[in-house]
Design a protein around this ligand. Structure first.
Ligand SMILES: Cc1cc2nc3c(=O)[nH]c(=O)nc-3n(C[C@H](O)[C@H](O)[C@H](O)COP(=O)(O)OP(=O)(O)OC[C@H]3O[C@@H](n4cnc5c(N)ncnc54)[C@H](O)[C@@H]3O)c2cc1C
Length: 311
């Protein structure tokens, strides 16, 4: 069984930052990423609020820069594993992880597995995913050039993605179940005056219509009860996130939504296991906060390793 001093689970901004800090301190580290380095940044067109880039930076460019920064500090002991962590068994002095089909052992773990899109749970959504229902404007927006789409959600992701889609589509319905949007004022202002956008407040999506492809979206105004079917070919859903916590054992405490609980030093309920980024139970889920969490988590892990005594 391969053994490490630290294993970082996830190669998004949190995981890449944690790896950078650990490598600069010459810790024998494995970085496990099931897809590609960058995490959700790869699904973001332009990031305008990460300090140091006054003109904004494309999500994939920031991913490449963060990954190159890790490579710059590569040590002979550094291992990248391109697979998914399926199980975590906490132990007293060391912990075991099932990665792909193999077990590895480590003194500390950084859980940086982020989150994925929450589904609406309405009829037609699952059946028509990939056939008009999407959770990523950057990935799928091009399929809807010159067409009509609906964007569902009221937070930053929904507003940002809606604005991006207006460059491609002819008409866009922005649908939110409440009157007030949660997204940043600057995005709201741009959306509400956009000539291609129709904003439907207090409105819920009830059914995605279509057999082999989306042909409409059935919606209902929750105040008036009025129902209508929007003539759209695409439905983009941005209604929040669920943590990537499936592989975590009950020993690692979570909140009611399954996000991992930590103290201020990013320590979870299990000594030696830390968490950083979007997988944590917290209010703000951004690149800057993921990076900040990870700097703290890795520093805490370094302190933990300094006092580590083998059994
Ligand atoms: C559309 C969109 C727009 C956004 N725009 C902005 C913005 O403008 N500014 C901003 O600051 N933030 C933005 N964000 C949010 C930002 O991208 C996230 O807050 C940030 O990426 C979180 O970083 P993370 O490292 O915690 O998690 P993630 O970026 O989610 O990375 C987690 C990584 O872990 C991997 N992983 C998960 N489970 C496992 C497993 N079991 N085994 C191995 N690997 C695993 C995943 O493949 C992923 O690569 C946006 C997000 C989205 C979706």
């Amino acid at each position: 069984m391969s053994t490490f001093d630290a294993v970082v689970i996830g190669g998004g901004p949190a995981g890449l930052t944690a790896a950078l800090y650990l490598l600069r301190s010459q810790v024998r580290t494995a970085l496990v990423e099931k897809l590609a380095p960058g995490g959700q940044m790869l699904k973001t067109e332009r990031i305008e609020n990460y300090p140091g880039f006054p003109d904004g930076i494309l999500g994939y460019e920031l991913s490449e820069l963060m990954n190159a920064h890790v490579e710059r500090w590569r040590t002979p002991d550094f291992t990248r594993i391109n697979d998914d962590v399926r199980q975590l068994i906490p132990g007293g002095r060391s912990h075991r992880l099932l990665v792909g089909g193999e077990w590895i052992e480590t003194k500390t773990i950084m859980i940086c597995a982020g989150s994925s899109y929450r589904k609406l749970g309405i009829p037609g959504e699952v059946e028509l995913t990939g056939k008009g229902v999407s959770y990523c404007a950057l990935c799928d927006g091009n399929f809807f050039r010159g067409q009509s789409v609906a964007v569902i959600g009221g937070g930053n992701a929904a507003l940002e993605e809606a604005l991006y889609l207006t460059r491609l589509v002819d008409r866009l319905y922005l649908i939110h179940r409440r009157d007030e949007f949660r997204g940043a004022r600057c995005y709201q202002d741009k959306c509400f005056i956009h000539p291609k956008m129709t904003v439907l407040r207090s409105t819920v999506a009830e059914r995605v219509v279509g057999r082999d492809a989306v042909t409409g979206l059935s919606v209902r105004n929750v105040k008036t009860g009025e129902e209508r079917v929007l003539d759209v070919q695409g439905v983009f859903v941005f209604v929040g996130f669920v943590p990537g916590a499936d592989f975590l054992p009950i020993e690692i405490e979570r909140d009611a939504q399954d996000f991992v609980l930590t103290d201020q030093e990013m320590q979870t309920s299990v000594p030696g296991i830390f968490a950083a980024g979007d997988i944590r139970g917290k209010l703000t889920r951004q690149v800057a906060s993921a990076v900040g969490d990870a700097a703290v988590a890795a520093s805490s892990a370094l302190r933990y390793l300094e006092t580590y005594e083998p059994a």
